[in-house]
Design a protein around this ligand. Structure first.
Ligand SMILES: Cc1cc2nc3c(=O)[nH]c(=O)nc-3n(C[C@H](O)[C@H](O)[C@H](O)COP(=O)(O)OP(=O)(O)OC[C@H]3O[C@@H](n4cnc5c(N)ncnc54)[C@H](O)[C@@H]3O)c2cc1C
Ligand code: SF4
Length: 347
């Protein structure tokens, strides 16, 4: 073991993978998670794009690697105070227990946009308006039903809810919600072959490998229909269905449509912890509120403070594949720092 201690804050995919990699190099690592279990948001997803494998399979690997490591996992632990002093980082938890570390990696992840903030879409008002995260819960339960207990005949997806939205003050693109909508549209079509599925989008952003193929498959094999236009309003009808008003910007025509279930593709926002941690440690955040890297090309795991590193979706909306790569890179950067190879930042 190397006698330098590291804390990884946040036990989602980023934190789990960072801790595993640091342990493999030989460092003692505490993996600190505020909730009762590891896994972060992704443990709630049913199957994941692009290959639609069960999310549980990814966690089997992560949990098994952690089990075979010496990482000390501390769940239900909230760090209240972060302090950097004399080259060490001191963390105090809710019990006022304080530990010191030679380096920390912030993997505090993201928060979902609160859909009720977009009142015009009726979330929290009409019971058949749900979020993309809520739909994953339905997939996990094995049945897609409206609140009236019926299989929906028509499902609508609204893209960019709380992202790319001037009114909400969120200008950034959440990156993964277009392909999540494609994946979810396919899941619905597979589970309910008679159901018509419509996606209301501004742009289709298929940035990753096999995403474009999945998008094509959704149209050619599953008949998902894509309508370019921003939904202006959703209103409840008697009987529980939802009337959607939009403008089809390709034909230039206003459009009204009834759906039985309306799914809001909520965006990824920086978590409240990010703001708190950044304040206490004097770290920079970007215009979008996520942790700002020292350099956006070469040093995406480094912060403006030596010994404090960042990984995963705490730095920007990110898919699981990129989160794992970013976590591995963070472990390498911490190792370089602790071995004093990279004390002076070079390019
Ligand atoms: C609806 C939806 C569907 C998605 N589907 C897919 C998909 O199919 N395929 C794919 O590749 N990606 C998908 N993603 C993206 C995926 O969820 C992320 O890539 C992944 O969750 C990022 O992991 P993370 O560890 O960075 O963050 P998180 O999952 O947010 O984990 C962060 C963890 O840190 C903990 N934490 C936060 N602050 C503290 C603190 N102060 N102290 C201790 N613990 C703390 C949190 O409790 C949480 O457990 C989807 C995203 C959304 C929104
Ligand atoms: S990924 Fe798609 S749905 Fe999500 S914010 Fe970007 S454009 Fe909108």
């Amino acid at each position: 073991m190397i006698h330098k201690k590291i804390a990884v804050i946040g036990g989602g995919v980023a934190g789990m993978e960072t801790a595993i990699q640091l342990d493999r190099i030989g460092y003692p690592v505490d993996l600190i998670e505020k909730s009762e279990s590891l896994g972060g948001h992704a443990k709630n997803w049913y199957r994941v794009f692009p290959d639609r494998r069960p999310a549980a399979e990814i966690f089997e690997i992560l949990h098994s690697n952690l089990k075979n490591s010496r990482v000390e996992v501390k769940t239900s632990t909230t760090i209240k105070t972060f302090e950097k002093k004399d080259g060490k980082i001191f963390l105090s938890d809710q019990e006022n227990e304080t530990n010191s570390y030679d380096a920390i990696v912030l993997c505090s992840g993201f928060e979902l946009f609160e859909a009720s903030r977009k009142e015009e879409y009726g979330f929290g008002i009409y019971e058949n308006v749900i979020t993309s995260a809520g739909l994953e819960e339905m997939f996990n339960s094995g049945s897609i039903l409206t609140k009236q207990g019926k299989a929906p005949k028509r499902v609508g997806f609204v893209h960019c809810v709380g992202s790319r939205d001037e009114q909400c003050g969120n200008h950034h693109c959440s990156k993964v919600c277009c392909v999540t909508a494609v994946k979810q549209a396919i899941e619905i079509s597979e589970m309910l072959p008679e159901t018509e599925v419509f996606c209301f989008y501004m742009d289709m952003r298929m940035f990753g490998p096999y995403y474009e193929e999945l998008y094509r498959e959704s149209q050619e094999k599953w008949g998902v229909q894509y309508i370019r236009g921003r939904v202006s309003e959703a209103a409840g009808n008697a009987g529980g269905s939802i009337q959607v008003k939009a403008e089809d910007t390709l034909t230039g025509r206003p459009l009204k449509m009834n759906v039985d279930l309306l799914v809001l593709m909520v965006g990824m926002l920086p978590s409240k912890d990010t703001k708190q941690i950044a304040g206490q440690l004097d770290l920079k955040t970007g215009v979008n509120g996520f942790f700002k890297a020292w350099d956006d090309h070469y040093q995406t795991n480094l912060t403006s403070q030596t010994g404090i590193f960042i990984a995963g979706s705490a730095t920007a909306p990110m898919n699981i594949t990129d989160t794992i790569s970013h976590a591995r890179a963070a472990a390498t950067e911490v190792d370089k720092y602790l071995k004093e190879i990279n004390n002076k930042i070079t390019y």
